[in-house]
Design a protein around this ligand. Structure first.
Ligand code: CA2
Length: 143
């Protein structure tokens, strides 16, 4: 099984600012954690991060025919991007939406997710573990 993990804008800044919300660990730490977990559960994983909406759309389109599942934290595009929603719908690959924090417990504008409608599951507020839970879900581990 091939899982593509996509992170959107500013997630490359993890560990650098706002540790009270996102923790002290860096994006490189997150990548290492995901790769180690993939090896543990026996799946292939690819990682992609971009600050650009169109690049995220391209990455989703390029996963067509290659990835069996997508784990996506679209960052702030969660709350704005019909283009990412449409791309996820277009490829039809099972996708899990992940948020490190719980956007529903924060600003009013974070309560709307455009992406959710194209996802089989949403995991929020579980920190980095949320990515691993999403991989387990897609791989059918513990189910
Ligand atoms: O909780 C999440 O994972 C979010 O997707 C993170 C986004 C935010 O816009 C969403 O509402 C919830 C923001 C990612 C920004 O990450 C930063 C990391 C370090 C310093 C500043 C921002």
């Amino acid at each position: 099984m091939n899982i593509l993990v996509i992170n959107g804008p500013n997630l490359n800044m993890l560990g650098i600012r706002e540790p009270e919300i996102y923790g002290k660990a860096t994006y490189a730490d997150l990548c290492r954690l995901i790769e180690a977990h993939a090896a543990e559960i026996g799946v292939e994983v690819s990682l992609y991060q971009s600050n650009h909406e169109g690049d995220l759309v391209d990455a989703i389109q390029q996963a067509y025919g290659k990835a069996d599942g997508i784990v996506i934290n679209p960052g702030a595009y969660t709350h704005t991007s019909v283009a990412i929603l449409d791309a996820l719908k277009a490829v039809g690959i099972p996708a899990v939406e992940v948020h490190i924090s719980d956007p529903d417990a924060r600003d009013e504008f974070r309560k709307i997710s455009y992406i959710r409608a194209a996802c089989v599951k949403t995991i929020k507020g579980h920190g980095f573990d949320g990515y691993l839970e999403a991989m387990d879900f897609l791989a059918g581990v513990n189910q």
